[in-house]
Design a protein around this ligand. Structure first.
Ligand SMILES: [Zn+2]
Length: 99
């Protein structure tokens, strides 16, 4: 299969798992993690819309885990569950931040 270059929308943001305050834009990801993200986004196994989305990205190179906190990119949204950042959590008044 030919490898296509993908450009992800720059307004996608991610945060290290468990550390939403360290949110970064997709461009701020380590190169290896960005590569893992692109691979996941492109890996449309089956391509079914009912396919279960991933809760987090686990980088196969460095082992870091990231959650998608915000994205307007359909390909990202179709692949990952988005986790609201601190602002969203405050608005919903739901959970206490992990101490
Ligand atoms: Zn990585």
């Amino acid at each position: 299969m030919a490898r296509k270059r993908v450009a992800l929308r720059p307004d996608t943001t991610l945060a290290p798992a468990g550390r939403p305050e360290d949110e970064v834009y997709v461009r701020g990801l380590p190169v290896c993690c960005l590569g893992s993200l692109k691979e996941e986004v492109l890996a449309r196994r089956g391509g079914s819309p009912d396919e279960r989305r991933l809760l987090k990205l686990e980088c196969g190179f460095c082992g870091r885990e990231w959650v998608v906190t915000s994205s307007l990119d359909d390909r990202v949204l179709g692949r990952f569950v988005t986790h609201g950042g601190p602002r969203v959590a405050a608005q919903t008044g739901g959970k206490h931040p992990a101490a």
